[in-house]
Design a protein around this ligand. Sequence first.
Ligand code: SAH
Length: 370
Amino acid sequence: MSEGGTRSTDPAMPDAQLRAWLCESDPAALARLHAAADAARAAAVGPEVHLRGLIEISNACVRSCTYCGISVHNHAVQRYRMGRDEILDCARRARELGYGTVVMQAGEDPLLSGPFIADIVRAIKRDIGGLAVTLSLGERSDDDLRLWRAAGADRYLLRFESSNPRLYARIHPAAHGHPALDPAAAEVPRVGLLRRLHELGYQAGSGVMVGIPGQTFDDLVRDLRTFQALDIEMIGVGPYIPHPATPLAHDFDGAAGHGEQVPNTVQMALTMVALARLLVPDANIPATTAVATLDKNNGREDALKAGANVVMPNLTPPKYRALYEIYPDKACVNETAEQCHSCLAARIHSVGRCIGTGSGDAPKAHRRTA
Ligand code: SAH
């Protein structure tokens, strides 16, 4: 039996054990880790899989993230921005399909103004009803975040991508006119923003990419500890997928040496999903589209069996979908909302789970507000 056959899955495991799990590749040991995470998921959040209808409302972006296919530097992308009525039509479709949440995601697009988004949030709450609203619009001003919260937005999704300031500074340059992040900083700026989102009364979701060039196993340990410390409601983890039109895809010198480079594989992402579930049992954890993209046959199912309890069916109108190409060959890109829904529902049922009803808040969200 490998060492992983006996290693603890106790949530109080020390950093050295977390690291050992992250480096584990023996299939039997990994099966045991996934089973422990699956049991923790069942005990903390039950059998339901919550559906969040994803609307990619704009692919315009002013940022220059070196990993992302829709960054300002990719001049080959045709840009779009959905109108108010188009967005509300998608939200109505979410309601018809029985979803409890809509997620509005976009590049960091200043033309999605504070009042424009606030008006849409109010219209969803007032005219459609029965939907929790999640925003994922990048790093926005405190004024915008307060305005949207007052308009009724429930959650905000902002991955910190990596908790290592040196790596973060390399992949996520500061906004135009802002000082560069000091690689010796104590934490990455998005971690502070996530704390602020909690202060404003949002449920906060975050996450990281796995297998970024230069990312080490110790970085992932730090990411997991950061999830714990932030006590966030949702943790999304997916493999980094190189996009040929981005600088990071051609940065062949950036990899970490000495066997420390984290691979950008489905297996690595599933290990992170399982460890996140063990460390933060009552969080919502999605089976991400990036995992499904690298393993179109079984990715979603395997994530659901390794601790995940959320999936995000895509509601973006088909004419825009392919343009929201943050990475290539994205899963579900050629499907209508209905096709995406029935495919995901079948996958959820195939692993013996059921579709959740209601807004699907993480139990910890209610602990926090109590
Ligand atoms: N502008 C928003 C939304 C970004 S897209 C924001 O910055 O928060 C949502 C997520 O997709 C990102 O947070 C990132 O983790 C992921 N992503 C972007 N490019 C990717 C790539 N090349 N491979 C894998 N995931 C990627």
